[in-house]
Design a protein around this ligand. Sequence first.
Ligand code: ATP
Length: 513
Amino acid sequence: MTQEDLFKNLIAHTKEYGFIFPSSEIYDGLGAVYDYGQLGSELKNNIKRYWWEAMVRLNENIVGIDSAIFMHPKIWEASGHVGAFNDPLIDNKDSKKRYRADVLLEDYIAKLEEKIHKEVEKGKKKFGDGFNREQFLATNPNVLRNAAKIQSVKERMTAALKANDLAALKQLILDCEITCPVSGSRNWTDVRQFNLMFSTQLGNISDESGIIYLRPETAQGIFVNFLNVQKTGRMKIPFGIAQIGKAFRNEIVARQFIFRMREFEQMEMQFFVRPGEELDWFKKWKEIRLKWHEALGLGKEKYRYHDHEKLAHYANAATDIEFEFPFGFKELEGIHSRTDFDLKRHQEYSGRKIQYFDPETNESYIPYVIETSIGLDRTVLAVLSGAYREEKLDNGEERTVLKIHPALAPVKLAVLPLVKKDGLPQMAREILETLKYDFNCQYDEKDSIGKRYRRQDAIGTPLCITIDHQSLEDGCVTLRDRDSMLQERVPVGELPQMVESRVSMKNLLKQVK
Ligand code: ATP
């Protein structure tokens, strides 16, 4: 099965089992907006908890806040979003479809990379055991031609984006002979800048002065509260402020499911440090954050760093942690060394002094900032796509299973009486009663036990407890493991500790500290 088919199956699966629904579906949906269903919201909450506790609970010098979505409009002038939060867009005149110019070029590069990949596969087949990958990549004329093309397109694109040269971007699209995926034509408009912020009106003020924006990132809510938190929390540098919350961007290209949404959630942490020490902290946070991801067990090879060549106006170093989604490696988290740009600008625009007095050096200064910024929805997608398997079992049956880390699984445990009679449901309910305060449990007595196991596999439930006739006599139940499908007999009294040891968030958190 191709990655594309697998991705389609995953999207259908998340809908079928109540993880993610298209927004306003009965009205035919709303572009790039999604709702989380009964299981999706549990998963999201567990991811939030994992992030929040790894940041706020495990670090004495990081605290969390929850700032409002609406903020004073001047904030977005100070941050540079009013002037520069743009994407270069281009329209195809025949299909009337709108694209991001840089995304069209990135897709073109991805196609060339795919060609190289195919050439390598061909080479492998042709040369068998004697195949030398490095030598092949360094000498095969088709590979070399495509690699040179990739290099040249990347260089021209980076230069055009850096210089904000929209004409050069268009020329590059023309030179690459990129066609519209819908109309197939090369009939393009010029490239224009498009601001991604949504705006709305405040109260009854209907003129320009009433315009406010829906925040496009949560970070500014942290910056404008820097003094409040530092003073009331008696925070000493280095320290961090974390926040989880909604952000809104009027994305031009709405696709790839919940990868790029118009309303999404971010988990951001701004870490304030002494000027001059920021690059050391940048390096540390890069490592800490990768470890957080890797602890989820989706495979270390699924992550990579991508250091930025084109830096945002506020940054002196930036890297992405990319994840291998079904549509390739893409940004999951950004780690940015934001210098003192934001606090300095807010000092300038608000007229308030935003400085920190460092008792160790006896100096006042504007702190430098390292930001870690991760998309919650992209993490949900990473977890789901990394965990989704269509497996063929030894007995010839098939199962779809979500091998989600037990600490993140929406339902931890299913309690299943083997039959709906003979006192088994009563015993099952008693067990449920003792466990439900600590774990999210499901009770299910419908259909055969095999079918019920499949249903739990499909939603990623790590453990199933089956109560059978013997349970009534010996007080033991069968505990079935989702991944190995192994079953063991366990005394009812030992269940709480056993379940805890398999699903607790503590195990996960211990790996990141
Ligand atoms: P991209 O280049 O993919 O548009 P970005 O560089 O603009 O992303 P940042 O501004 O660094 O993203 O935002 C931090 C994180 O927020 C991203 O790493 C991503 O996980 C998440 N994010 C950004 N835009 C979206 C979106 N439209 N939908 C879902 N998540 C998003």
